[in-house]
Write a protein that binds this ligand. Structure first.
Ligand SMILES: NC(=O)C1=CN([C@@H]2O[C@H](COP(=O)(O)OP(=O)(O)OC[C@H]3O[C@@H](n4cnc5c(N)ncnc54)[C@H](OP(=O)(O)O)[C@@H]3O)[C@@H](O)[C@H]2O)C=CC1
Ligand SMILES: O=C(CO)COP(=O)(O)O
Length: 376
């Protein structure tokens, strides 16, 4: 009898709802998957019972899936490394991984959708910094990917972005199966910011739901939210089209519509009148938007981008605004009628594009100091 050829080993660092689901995607696509969990008992449950009862109740994991809480063993021999821990703990995890990720041919893939609070950096930038690796080795995955639905094998698409087409293609070929299809692009900034920013709009939609407003308010906030997302991301170098794709509009729809979304859930609690600390206490999974809102507003201010919806989310989180006042605009806005389009040159104002050009010229005049590029 002929033996099946050895399958390539891949590792997923982080065994929460998304890490475990992504491990299942990869295993169902034919890879030999090892999960790394920080708690030995979770690693043991996945390895032995093929279950992750805290994060994916009711889901049977593939029999081939292995798990360990020994980082060196997990990474040893892996041909691709996926990272799925909360963004605020990514740097520490990467530091622990550093001794084991030397092989430059192994792609490093971020599955995370947050910005680091203390540096305002995107996750691919944190990876590049901590592992001192070639950015061409880094990819990010994003899209409308609510973990539980995918773990139930409901058909879904995602996008894999890397500055290297070759890396994006290699990851997309691996991260696919009958129910999960990966598209590719080379716009890392747009893909990553899409995932970060839609979380903030989903918190706003949760607030609207919690307050009890209806579909007009939600549709207005989603639509204007997409404009804010596009203006922000383009000001930082994204392609506008990326924000119309899976990592932008696609994920915005999924996250704003679904009660499975933790960001949406956190917003709903805020809308119902719970204070920030009470919301944190009630969440037993990661809602990245709560940590990203500060860095995003700081970056928006630096780039001269207006984000009235994100600003209101921050005011509600800080207890400075009654959730009932949430709207697609700031009530303190002046009355000058505003064009509906994005500011990135697709309408007559060209605001963000103009500001980006002005900033680039300023930086050139400044000898490049403080230049904001894709690299940290
Ligand atoms: N869930 C989803 O639907 C999706 C999530 N994402 C993104 O994936 C990333 C991970 O989220 P998700 O899996 O959902 O989160 P979960 O809250 O479900 O799981 C978090 C995981 O990270 C571990 N963890 C928590 N704190 C630390 C730490 N300080 N150091 C190391 N590990 C830690 C947890 O371990 P322990 O159990 O021991 O606490 C757990 O395994 C986020 O950036 C999220 O935005 C992206 C797409 C979809
Ligand atoms: O990113 C997600 C879906 O694409 C998951 O959203 P939440 O983190 O809000 O659950």
């Amino acid at each position: 009898m002929s033996r099946r050829p050895e399958q390539p080993k891949v590792v997923v660092i982080g065994a929460g709802s998304w890490g475990t689901t992504f491990g299942k995607i990869l295993a169902d696509g034919g890879a030999q998957v090892t999960m790394w969990a920080r708690r030995a008992e979770l690693a043991h449950e996945i390895d032995e019972a093929k279950r992750n009862s805290k994060y994916l109740p009711g889901i049977n994991l593939p029999r081939s899936m292995r798990a360990t809480h020994d980082l060196e063993r997990a990474i040893d021999g892996a041909t691709q490394i996926y990272l799925s821990v909360p963004s605020q703990s990514a740097r520490d995890t990467l530091r622990d991984m550093r001794p084991y990720v030397g092989d430059p041919s192994v792609p490093l893939v971020s599955l995370m959708k947050g910005v680091e609070k203390k540096t305002n950096l995107r996750m691919s930038q944190v990876i590049e910094q901590e592992l001192a690796c070639d950015p061409a080795r880094i990819a990010v995955a994003s899209g409308p990917n609510l973990a539980l639905e995918i773990a139930q094998q409901q058909p879904t698409a995602a996008v894999i972005a890397s500055s290297s087409q070759e890396t994006a293609d290699a990851v997309a070929r691996r991260a696919r199966n009958a129910y999960f299809r990966s598209f590719v692009n080379t716009d890392v900034i747009g893909t990553e910011f899409g995932g970060v920013l839609k979380n903030l709009i989903a918190v706003a939609i949760g607030i609207v739901d919690g307050v009890g407003y209806g579909e007009n308010t939600k549709a207005s906030i989603i639509t204007r939210g997409l404009v804010e997302m596009t203006d922000f991301a383009v000001a930082y170098g994204a392609q506008p089209g990326t924000l119309q794709g899976l990592a932008g509009l696609g994920d915005l729809i999924a996250t704003c519509q679904s009660p499975l979304s933790r960001n949406n859930t956190a917003g709903r609690l805020l809308g119902q009148g719970y204070k920030f600390q009470e919301v944190i206490a009630q969440m037993n999974q990661t809602a990245e938007g709560l940590a990203s809102v500060g860095p995003v507003l700081k970056l928006a201010k630096d780039a001269g981008v207006e984000m009235p919806i994100v600003q209101q989310v921050k005011m509600v989180l800080d207890g400075r605004m009654n959730p009932r006042e949430i709207a697609p605009h700031l009530t303190t806005d002046d009355d000058t009628p505003q064009g509906e389009g994005t500011q990135n040159g697709q309408d007559d104002r060209g605001g963000a594009l103009r500001r980006a050009i002005e900033r680039a010229l300023d930086l050139l005049r400044d000898g490049g100091r403080g230049a904001r590029s894709d690299r940290p």
